[in-house]
Design a protein. Structure first.
Length: 326
């Protein structure tokens, strides 16, 4: 009996200790970054304020971001020395590793917000390269170390280099580096790295689909006079068909295929190959459905692999048919 009581007591003690050791902040209860911030505090990467808040939406300073970044990798040659500022040790480390930080030469600038471009220059520098500005941003995006503010449009512009980071975003940025398998901080070379060695920007799902559709059209219309090109979110084959992809962030929008010549077998086959290339596995019966709509002017709706499809006759052009799908 005493053994059981002892075991139960021990279990309760461990449970209470575990709960007590979990660091929580009163301003994170419903915040999107709560789990990430708790991960960071448990790993001594960041800390909150004396009033038991984290202030997740406060703009992060250069000193704060630099400290988070270095703490995340716990380098052996870091000495957390305080001479005039709490972050002196981190700036000594950054200077020794040739990291681009303004606070190394001005204590006041340590408390200034760090720009997203400076973050890119600093983080890329920790990987043993020396890139500045857009080159540094491209390095991060190409290596998958960042996605920018719009994951559906991975570009230099969508990274928003002139913007800043909140404390929560900064912690998430650091976690992304760790999740990517980054193991250590490297010395940044003194000479600029060659832009030729930059990784290409990754393609979004939409860009991949656009290129897939264009490739299919080029093959299907080989030897004809039809021009094929990508225009924004659309692929156009002059005189035959066009496909336009919807904004993936807008649930109300549909992807659209316009068949200009649904009265021809070639037009119906082109549309079928286009929707297949867009990731919807329609079968060999699909051209006959397009023909049926063209002839009867009656809408057909169907679902294939969870994709809702509507084939609709064009109200103004008797030879044209629309295909909506999402």
């Amino acid at each position: 009996m005493k053994t059981k009581v002892l075991v139960i007591t021990l279990v309760l003690f461990l449970a209470v200790s575990s709960i007590a050791s979990a660091i929580t902040f009163k301003d994170l209860n419903n915040h999107w970054a709560r789990a990430t911030v708790e991960w960071a505090t448990e790993n001594t990467i960041t800390e909150g304020y004396p009033d038991k808040t984290f202030k997740p939406d406060k703009t992060v300073s250069e000193a704060e971001f630099l400290a988070m970044l270095i703490r995340a990798f716990k380098p052996k040659d870091l000495t957390e020395t305080k001479i005039k500022h709490w972050a002196d040790g981190y700036y000594i480390f950054a200077t020794a590793y040739n990291y681009p930080v303004e606070g190394a030469f001005s204590i006041d600038k340590r408390n200034w917000p760090i720009s997203r471009t400076r973050v890119a220059e600093l983080v890329s520098g920790t990987q043993g390269v020396n890139y500045s500005g857009d080159y540094a941003i491209q390095y991060l995006l190409g290596k998958g170390l960042a996605k920018g503010k719009n994951p559906n449009e991975i570009s230099i512009e969508s990274y928003d280099g002139e913007g800043t980071l909140t404390r929560a975003e900064a912690v998430q940025f650091i976690k992304n580096l760790k999740d990517k398998g980054i193991q250590e901080l490297k010395v940044r070379p003194f000479l600029p790295s060659d832009p030729v060695d930059l990784p290409p920007l990754p393609k979004t799902d939409e860009q991949t689909k656009l290129e897939n559709v264009k490739e299919v059209l080029v093959e299907r219309l080989k030897g004809t006079d039809n021009e094929i090109w990508i225009n924004g979110d659309a692929v156009v084959a002059t005189g035959v068909a066009a496909i336009e992809f919807a904004d993936p962030t807008d649930p109300e929008q549909n992807n659209l295929i316009d068949i200009f010549k649904a009265n021809t077998e070639n037009g119906r086959l082109v549309a079928t190959e286009m929707i297949n290339a867009a990731g919807v596995p329609v079968d060999s019966n699909f051209p006959s459905l397009i023909k049926q709509v063209y002839e009867t002017r009656e809408t057909i709706t169907l679902v294939i692999d969870g994709v809702n499809i509507r084939i609709v006759a064009n109200e103004f052009n008797l030879n044209a048919v629309h295909i909506y799908f999402k």
